[in-house]
Structure formats: C-alpha cells, structure tokens
Ligand binder design. Structure first.
Ligand code: SAM
Length: 226
C-alpha cells in the first residue's frame, strides 16, 4: 500500500537520530546550524541543553504550544496507522516495533513542547515557510539541515525544491538533506534533477549514513560551495 500523507505533518525526531542521519561530528555540532522544516523535533531543544547553537525554521511555529500539542495528538494516530499499514517499507532493527516508535517520537515531541515558548522568545524557533527568503544575511550559518521534509515530500515539486535549496545555500555554507527517498521509500526523478541542477555551481555528493528506518533510506544529499 502506498504511504499517503497529503501534506507534510508535524512529527519529531531527536538529537541522536539527527546526529546519525546527518553524520554530525563533534565539530559539526559546534557549528552555527540552521535546520529547515524542524517541526516538533527535539534536536534544537537537546542541542541548546548541550550549549550548542541551532535555529529552527518551520511554518508550524505560528501556532501556540497548546495548538501544537493538539496537532501532534491528531497527527500521531494517522502516522502510526500509515506506518502499521506499510510495515515492509521500514527496517525494524534499531526501533523494534510500532510501540517503541511511538515512545521515541512522543518523547522527542514532548521535549520540543517543553522548550517551545522559551525557544520562540529567544529566536530559536522561527515561523517561516520555504522557499520564501529568510531575514538572515548571506552565509550566516555553517550548516543547513533538512530532515524528513525536502525530497521526502517529492510532491512539492522541482521548482519548490530548487528555490528552497537556493535559499538554504544563500544562508549556509553547506546543506544536508535526509532522506533522499520519497514517502514510498523510492528514489525519484526529483533527486536526479536536483543533482543535475546544483552540480553546475556547487559540489554535490551522496553520503552513506548510520541511520536506516525507511528501507534503503541510509543516504543523505550534501551540497556545498566549490
Ligand atoms: C515530517 S516533519 C519533519 C520534522 C523534523 N525535521 C524531523 O525530522 O523530526 C516535516 C516538517 O516540514 C515542515 N514544512 C512543511 N512545509 C514547509 C515549508 N514550506 N518550509 C519549511 N518547513 C515546512 C512541516 O511543518 C513539518 O514540521
């Protein structure tokens, strides 16, 4: 059965998962990081706790903590149900079953919710929608990330992706996108077209990572300045 999520959904991962998805080294973690489509991930909250610097960008940050909590509740059943219906699309080694998946995700999203008001006040959670231009100066960040947003939601289309990645590359020296599969765990023409487009002016690589939940989803796309 195809994995059907009409729009992107608020669903959050944790720092350990981000570190594995993006091969984040100690020196990467010390960089100035901007993370797009961060939603209710606990990456920013855990990084801040560790004294690191992350700015998260997402249109869901227009909502209050209470509204987000409600949206997460609504999303939870739908995502878990879709995952249950597509068990064969996933690798159940690190995360053993649906119950464990729910536990890990809820723990990450609870951390996010607890940190949200403080992070919003201090400018760590910014309500903004790609591909619109952000308020940041060129190259304000060392690293730009997109976890489970760009490429995964391939239905957003090529021109959306080109404009969004162009904005990410304006504000960050290097960007990393994970995964490079769509919601049906397939590589699409979108990936091929993006590589072709950006490799004219940038260094583009696909790198293996130590994270695989979607079957064969253990690679990230890296684009950096020449
Ligand atoms: C599946 S969630 C991934 C959350 C987080 N990055 C993670 O991996 O745990 C996808 C996120 O993309 C965000 N998103 C959707 N459209 C966006 C846009 N145009 N610009 C920035 N973020 C967007 C959604 O609001 C949602 O929070």
């Amino acid at each position: 059965m195809a994995f059907e999520l009409k729009n992107t959904v608020p669903w959050g991962r944790n720092l350990e998962e981000y570190s594995n998805m993006f091969n984040l080294t100690d020196s990467d973690l010390d960089c100035r990081i901007i993370s797009f489509g961060d939603g209710p991930a606990s990456f920013n909250s855990e990084m801040t706790e560790n004294g690191k610097r992350v700015v998260s960008i997402d249109p869901i940050y227009e909502f209050s903590q209470k509204e987000l909590q409600q949206k997460i509740e609504e999303t939870k059943e739908m995502v878990l149900e879709q995952t249950k219906n597509n068990l064969e699309n996933f690798v159940w080694t690190k995360i053993k079953n649906i119950q464990e998946l729910e536990k890990i995700r809820i723990s990450a999203m609870t951390k996010f919710l607890q940190d949200y008001e403080d992070g919003k006040m201090t400018g760590r959670y910014i309500n903004h929608e790609l591909p619109n231009k952000t308020d940041f100066e060129d190259l304000s960040f060392d690293l730009g990330l997109s976890s489970h947003f760009l490429i995964l939601y391939s239905q957003l289309g090529l021109s959306f992706h080109i404009s969004s990645i162009t904005e990410m590359l304006r504000v960050a020296k290097e960007i990393r996108i994970f995964p490079i599969l769509n919601l049906d765990a397939k590589k699409t023409d979108l990936l091929v077209n993006l590589i072709e487009y950006f490799e004219t002016n940038y260094i583009v690589n696909i790198e293996k990572v130590d994270y695989e939940f979607q079957k064969n989803g253990n690679e990230m796309l890296i684009i950096k300045r020449k």
